[in-house]
Write a protein that binds this ligand. Sequence first.
Ligand code: NI
Length: 254
Amino acid sequence: MIYETHTHFDDKAFDIDRDEAIREAMAAGVTRFVNVGASLEGSIRSMELADKYPEFLAAVGVHPEECASLSEADIGLLEEYAERENVVAIGEIGLDYYWDKPERDIQKKWFAAQIALARKVKLPVIIHSREAAQDTYDILKAEKADETGGILHCFSYGCEMAKQFLDMGFYIGVGGVVTFKNAKKLKEVVGYLPLDRIVTETDSPYMAPVPMRGKRNTSAYLPYIVKQIADIKGVSVEEVEKVTYDNAVRLFGK
Ligand code: NI
């Protein structure tokens, strides 16, 4: 049993074979999925998937790259969505200084607003943070995200930052990058993290693990990620599956 904590099956990359791809992932041993919204439309599609499949849960939120046109009314909409039974997190939200658009002040404003929403509706947050470690940490701290908890998704920082986020009560999302030969830093971080603070994810359709690197990613490839974590930690695949599954259940409540 594998828990997929971050997938985008609503993405247009799955328009041609969505149901089949989801069935393949289930056949590969994935029994629970959080489909993560990256925009308002994506949040709605995530809830639709959660309505359709009992194995699916939804996260609703707006990704930093999509936040330029947000309004207070949109935050009100997200609040309505968040009241639904199968919505378990606010995300993905955060800061992206790699693409660096829209401008940082706008990203920060809507990041903070969505953390405040998460506190209000008492849901954890799923964080996208790229080349923005310190600002991410500072805003989470200022907005009291230690009260909501959550996941640092697709973690790309070093052990020191990881420790700070662990101290705030967060889990670290590990995906396909951990299988890349040149992913020395992430492998070190996985070696450092206690297994009971790691959650598994693909971020599909992006970031396919080796040996599927470069292809469309899907949750069916999660076993490659689990295997790599098991090898780094020197424990069995079954142990990684069980502990990371329990971690996700503890965080999302189901
Ligand atoms: Ni994502």
